[in-house]
Design a protein around this ligand. Sequence first.
Ligand code: PLP
Length: 448
Amino acid sequence: LDEVMERTAADLVPNDLEAFWMPFTANRAFKKRPRLISRAKDMHYFAPDGRAVLDGTAGLWCTNAGHNRAPIVEAIRNAATELDFAPTFQYGHPTAFTLASRIADLAPAGLDHVFFCNSGSEAVDTALKIALAYQNVIGQGARTRLIGRERGYHGVGFGGISVGGIVPNRRAFGTLLAGVDHLPTTYDRAHQAFTKGEPAYGAHFADELERIVGLHDPSTIAAVIVEPMAGSTGVIPAPQGYLQRLRDICDKYGILLIFDEVITGFGRLGHAFAAERYGVTPDLITFAKGVTSGAVPMGGVLARSSIHDAFMRGPEHVIELFHGYTYSAHPLACAAGIATLDLYAKEDLFARARKIEPIWADAVMSLREQPGVLDIRTVGLTAGIDLAPKDGKPGVRGYQALETAFHDLGFMVRATGDTLALTPPLIISEDQIGELIEKTGKVIAATA
Ligand code: PLP
């Protein structure tokens, strides 16, 4: 920390911000008043001038174990000196197999095989491709339709934006995948406002799958993909009983169920996977983010044995699935993953998230009297806060909240439109929860 404080702004501030075309960023506004981060430790980021910024978002919902944790840093360092890169096409390195078994051990029973990639978007496209290819190998090649959900976020690949349900992420990018349909969102403010955890209202939204099946015929549908908690569109927990109902309908018609657990995996909802929280086992689970606590890019897909095994036929010298990435199971990511899972286990962080969930939920709900708070949702260590737009201009208040939080109050919050999301690392202390909520209250008041 002392070292951080001693670094001067001059060392760390780039003098040309133009070349980097920043992702999902208002580039011109950012470059006029940059929010630069140069270091991190545990619950904090540090600006180039050494100013501490409390991390209310676990980076992008990924640094679940907190930042720059020594065992993870050390594992990456050691891996970098041992094996920089090895192909996983027709070759393999030990840590890839170790990490795959460790992840399968954490997953619901029956999900025993892991396909690695490098991000959540790749995980989603991989899962959709496995689902389609599986239907093919079992002689159901007419099942080519994929069903997503309105307000779903499944990354930014063409598969992910096709099944996703966020209009700006789709509208500029052409015709997308053919044959995709969408379930309705499970959010209904009139019946669900200010609910802690899973709302009692809304299981019936799953029945829309029956209507979609009726429209297209089950023999054309390969898979349904949903987030157990829709994160990016503002923290929308699944209504009670909803996921089980989806599972039942999928079983009835031979449709695969995919849970996109890129956010909900690795402790965010108090369990290794949300599938465990809900007692509903999908056929495929996508994961990323928390698998390495954000320290090295990695993603993957967990598959049921029956799906994996269906591919393991034919001549043994022939590749069974024509899919993979140069960096699938990169040695640095595998080392980071193993160290991260060790740390989660050692500090019992998933159970910790479960234990502090009620404290978290109460703290966040205390913001409901702040000006213009339309709804608050919480589940696991996650909260979404809908704010009334300012001057009838959607998004202005959300952006101002982000700026005020960073520059004036020293914390990081995510804003999607005028919805704020808080998703801190799972190591957050009760005092830090207090600090985060107090500061969020100030931001809400300041932007009203
Ligand atoms: N799926 C879900 C549910 C996500 O929340 C995200 C990212 O936030 C993704 C996929 C995409 O992950 P990535 O940004 O690593 O490609």
